[in-house]
Design a protein around this ligand. Structure first.
Ligand SMILES: [Zn+2]
Length: 385
């Protein structure tokens, strides 16, 4: 066995931890670019706390998921304003935008030079400007991942800017910042976290470190996701989901993903659908088709045993079968009112392009078994309802 594990330089988790951001930022510079989502939730508090530490801040709010064009523009703003550090405060979109902007500040040339698929795929040369990640959803785990997913309008695809040099100097995960999330965001981000705990656990790149994070995270999601959705003021459930999200980021960044994220990239590149909702719509079907393929072609392999463990941890039933993971996720998607992919405009005529793109997506490399094009098509067809 061989594995590597890399993460943010420092991680702070806990209720009230967000108040540590400004004192920590003081050691990294005097002007900060603060990248937020459109809602700018919690920005006013952070700005006040930064000012108290003598740090001026420039706010950049990103609309929807980040784009190549938006990141280029953001880096120009940060440069022109003389920002020495970048703080991402928001969901996965704000964090990924901030991460990419921090990387561009210290790496010369065009963003395209460094992008996979649509660009030169050159490695970043320098460590990014200091990047602090403060998630306000529970969620994407983007505070501890080493890539930023960017949409390209021109190419209708999502691509990654990826490098260990992009890891955050500090990730501050404060469950209190998620207390005001509306139920539909709790649902989609929570199911993204769940997917990011299942896929790395059954991934062919899983390792003992990520396994531990996944099992701990799956138990948290099993007991807390529905509670957090039903009652956003259930602070214990919010804390569980916040921790589960962090664990999911630690796992996926070091063990990879699978078929659900393999499709989520191409679907999100072609249709304006939130990442978490896309993953949620695909999840039960991705598990079901993977299980059938494993039973047919790798019945004695580790994949089935791992899915069985997932089912047992999620349901809390020691006798659960691997297929119970399908039923459990299907039931949760129903209760959390996850729409099918059809709701985002995915039509049958789009399937061949989506299957083609998903088959070559980097996430697919972690899937526990290679799926045939027909099996891929079945995952997509079922997710379209
Ligand atoms: Zn995800």
């Amino acid at each position: 066995m061989r594995f590597e594990f890399a993460t943010a330089t420092r991680i702070l988790w806990g209720q009230g931890a967000a108040h540590e951001v400004a004192p920590a930022a003081r050691q990294l510079g005097q002007r900060a670019l603060v990248v937020t989502g459109q809602s700018r939730r919690h920005f006013t508090t952070l700005r006040t706390e930064l000012a108290a530490e003598g740090i001026a801040c420039v706010n950049l709010s990103v609309e929807g998921e980040p784009t190549v064009e938006g990141v280029k523009a953001g880096a120009e703003v940060a440069s022109a304003e003389g920002c020495e550090l970048v703080i991402g405060l928001g969901g996965g979109s704000a964090l990924d935008a901030a991460k990419a902007i921090a990387a561009l500040l210290t790496n010369p040339g065009d963003l395209l030079d460094y992008l996979e698929v649509i660009g030169g795929a050159q490695p970043l040369r320098a460590r990014g400007a200091p990047f602090l990640a403060v998630p306000t959803t529970a969620g994407t785990g983007a505070e501890v991942t080493r890539n930023a997913v960017l949409g390209s309008h021109a190419h209708r695809v999502k691509v990654s800017l990826r490098s260990p040099l992009m890891l955050a100097r500090l990730a501050v995960v404060d469950p209190e910042l998620t207390w005001d999330l509306p139920p539909e965001v709790t649902a989609s981000t929570g199911l993204d976290a769940l997917t990011q705990l299942i896929e790395p656990y059954v991934s062919n790149r899983a390792n003992p470190l990520t396994d531990g994070f996944c099992l701990e995270g799956l138990a948290l999601v099993g007991r807390a996701l529905r509670r957090a959705y039903r009652d956003g003021a259930d602070h214990a459930a919010r804390a569980d989901m916040s921790l589960a999200s962090l664990l999911s980021g630690l796992a996926l960044a070091n063990a990879g993903l699978g078929v659900v994220h393999g499709f989520a990239g191409p679907v999100g590149g072609m249709f304006p659908a939130p990442h978490g909702a896309v993953c949620a719509a695909l999840l039960p079907h991705g598990i079901e088709v993977n299980l059938r393929a494993l039973r047919a072609r790798d019945p004695a392999g580790e994949g089935l045993r791992r899915y069985e463990t997932v089912a047992r941890v999620l349901t809390g039933r020691p006798q659960a079968s691997a297929e119970d993971a399908v039923e459990w996720t299907r039931e949760v998607c129903r209760e959390l009112q996850i729409p099918s992919l059809r709701a985002y405009g995915v039509r049958e005529e789009d399937w061949p392009a989506l299957i083609f793109k998903a088959a070559s997506a980097s996430s697919m490399k972690g899937n526990p078994i290679t799926l045939t094009p027909d099996e891929m098509g079945e995952v997509l067809a079922r997710a379209c309802g």
